[in-house]
Design a binder for this molecule. Sequence first.
Ligand SMILES: Cc1ncc(C[n+]2csc(CCOP(=O)(O)OP(=O)(O)O)c2C)c(N)n1
Ligand code: SF4
Ligand SMILES: [Mg+2]
Length: 301
Amino acid sequence: MVKVKELPREEYIERGHAACGGCGATIAIRHALKALGDNTILTVPACCMSVIQGLYPRNGLSLPVLNTAFMTAAAAASGLAAGLKHLGKDKEITLMAWAGDGGTYDIGIQALSGAAERQTNFIYTCYNNAAYGNTGMQRSGATPYGSYSTTTPTGKRQHRKPMARIMAEHGIPYTGVISAAYPRLVYDTYKKAKDIVGTRFIEIHIPCPTGWRYETWKTVEMGKLAVESGAWIMWEMEGDEYRFLGRSKLIAEGKAKRKPLIDWIKPQGRFRFLRKDPEMMAEYERGIEREWEILKKLVGT
Ligand SMILES: Cc1ncc(C[n+]2csc(CCOP(=O)(O)OP(=O)(O)O)c2C)c(N)n1
Ligand code: SF4
Ligand SMILES: [Mg+2]
């Protein structure tokens, strides 16, 4: 894994960005762009990132960005990919769509699935803060079971969609599931993805103090607790080989003990109904264990 001292000094997220204090998305994009470097073009649909990077008259990213409609991140990237190929610049320029979970799991899945089926040459990032953040925290297909949102005022009654597994099943060359709480892993994942040709799908868990309702300084702690408790599982698929990553690998191999789920749930206001309802807690846990079992079979542990 890259050492902190080896991280490039270049910064592509500027002081003019408009994220909330403690936003995990800025940690994620900062390290992703350090790995991708100067020759990168982004397409960003309506989401927190479109505000973070482009709240007129300021500009939060020092790279070319095409801001697009909510459902069109992958469609816009498909057009850009065709244009770069036509110009003979598809090898020297990295193309990345950077979309939220609502823009990926829900409204953007059709364009994304089409782009993956066509083996479009781009990196698609879903940064997952588990709700529609930009419009005030409505539930998305990525909102966890039991979580409060403005449209699930007593806690969501559906489990999160297994978006990354759905993408891996498209037969794309790379899928990675990581967390903003581990910036060096973010960097390494993008460094690897950059050199692969075809559709690469990366999902990053993004602690969001505004939506998850915890103190802003606890962002890295919250991201780590999600992984340490097993609520968020980090893995990758390269070719047809699945592997667990980082702390999730240690947990899967029995080399690290999982922290109790309550340690992750308790500090977050969005889980205030879940933690008081034993039946809902049991259902939330059942969904997590199901995901572990499926991934263990895919990895072969
Ligand atoms: C067709 C359409 N419907 C609704 C909206 C309003 N809208 C803008 S951003 C957004 C939420 C985006 O959520 P997500 O993709 O999870 O990104 P986040 O804001 O959480 O970063 C919505 C509903 C829109 N721009 N276009
Ligand atoms: S709502 Fe959450 S994801 Fe969006 S900018 Fe604020 S902290 Fe970041
Ligand atoms: Mg979101």
